[in-house]
Write a protein that binds this ligand. Structure first.
Ligand SMILES: CC(C)(COP(=O)(O)OP(=O)(O)OC[C@H]1O[C@@H](n2cnc3c(N)ncnc32)[C@H](O)[C@@H]1OP(=O)(O)O)[C@@H](O)C(=O)NCCC(=O)NCCS
Length: 192
């Protein structure tokens, strides 16, 4: 009885958190699809966020599920984030496109606390630091890619089909298909 009650409380608590965070999202930013949510997620911006087929955001049996929040933003009008069918993104992700695209393909498995940013967001010139960045470039994550926990992917990177990115990697250059990479900056460990 006690176990059933505690499960009900947990489920209610999580639904309430998801509801509250969803109310902070921009209603018009999602132009296609509806992801399944296991964690609170905030979707923001003046651009477009597209979910193709079945996309799952958050994971119920993983850390941060009851404390973290996923955040996805297509910041400016020309920004597009697309997530492909059968892709799972684990808890507490941070995915922001300033301008241009972030394309995440099909059947991808993305770990906890992964950050994907297609811009530097701050100007590298010290005198213009808060004037925004001129420096942005599309990110493409092809199909069936496995990205470990706490990975950061920076502007302009393409990750090839079937590749694996090791936990904690900072990916600043393209990763060929069928390759394992890891480290900061990420280097190829071996071919699959
Ligand atoms: C990248 C990974 C898949 C490699 O696994 P593997 O093929 O068994 O690799 P090994 O353990 O044999 O390591 C091979 C080499 O890569 C290095 N390496 C492995 N993982 C690394 C990582 N995350 N960062 C830096 N170096 C790493 C090892 O130190 C080793 O180096 P060496 O040859 O100089 O000794 C694994 O280490 C990893 O990071 N898994 C992701 C786990 C995760 O976050 N899961 C998400 C759950 S939702």
């Amino acid at each position: 009885m006690r176990r059933i009650l505690s499960r009900l409380i947990v489920r209610f608590y999580q639904r309430w958190r998801i509801f509250v965070m969803s109310s902070l999202s921009d209603k018009k930013v999602v132009t296609e699809g509806k992801p399944k949510l296991y964690q609170p997620v905030v979707l923001k911006g003046h651009g477009k966020i597209i979910f193709k087929g079945e996309v799952v955001l958050g994971y119920p049996i993983s850390w941060d599920v009851f404390s973290g929040t996923g955040y996805m933003e297509a910041r400016n009008e020309d920004a597009i984030i697309e997530v492909g069918d059968n892709t799972y993104i684990n808890n507490s992700f941070n995915i922001v496109a300033d301008h241009g695209r972030i394309t995440i393909g099909k059947k991808n498995r993305i770990g906890v606390n992964v950050t994907i940013l297609n811009s530097d967001f701050h100007n590298l010139d010290p005198k213009k630091r808060d004037e925004g960045s001129q420096s942005y470039a599309d990110i493409i994550i092809k199909d069936n890619v496995f990205i470990g926990n706490n990975v950061i992917i920076t502007k302009g990177v393409t990750i090839g089909e079937n590749s694996v990115v090791g936990a904690g990697a900072v990916v600043v250059a393209d990763v060929p298909p069928n390759t394992i990479c890891a480290g900061n900056p990420a280097k190829i460990i071996r071919k699959l």
